[in-house]
Design a protein around this ligand. Sequence first.
Ligand code: 5GP
Length: 199
Amino acid sequence: MMPVLPIQSITTSKECLHLGRLIVLTGPSGVGKGTLMRSLLQRHPELYYSVSATTRSPRPGEIDGKNYYFISQSKFKQLVAEGEFLEWAEFAGNYYGTPRQAVLNQIHSGKLVVLEIELEGARQIRVSFPSVLSIFILPPSFDELEKRIRDRAQDSEEAIARRLCRAQEEIKAADEFDLQIVNDDFETALNDIETALFK
Ligand code: 5GP
């Protein structure tokens, strides 16, 4: 007869998840992932939001260590070489990465850990954590997405063009994800995410 293993020793992925769970939230730039994330964290402070490192410059109001760790390209490359990222990717001319150790510690302590990352990173996470719950946020339409990016007025015309081009690629990959949620009505989208996470 098979011995019954204590739950702590069950390996559920290549990265050895114990009790916690990893959630990946992806979607094109401007779709409203950030706002959904903030509301989710306000309503569920028990969630752990992984703060990424980026080589992008801070936007007005963004705080180092809260929104991102804003670091130089050379520092980013050094961290990549040292294996400090769980995943990383280039996006619209900048690099973004998820700090490995902080996330693993939180998962091992039983937390629900949420990563808000782009498509390439989500794909890397799926390889190392096959049990990840991956959610893709879709805009109601491409025109609406462009309007949201422009209304945000935070990016140059060149950056907007690059983000829209990347958005088309990302949307094509939406069905790689476990769940697709359209962010048309904000409350509905938020409730859909909560249902996926907690019910
Ligand atoms: P933004 O510059 O608008 O803050 O982010 C650009 C894109 O990078 C967004 O799609 C965001 O989800 C993604 N992103 C943020 N942090 C990470 C990360 O650590 N890894 C990856 N792969 N993408 C990230």
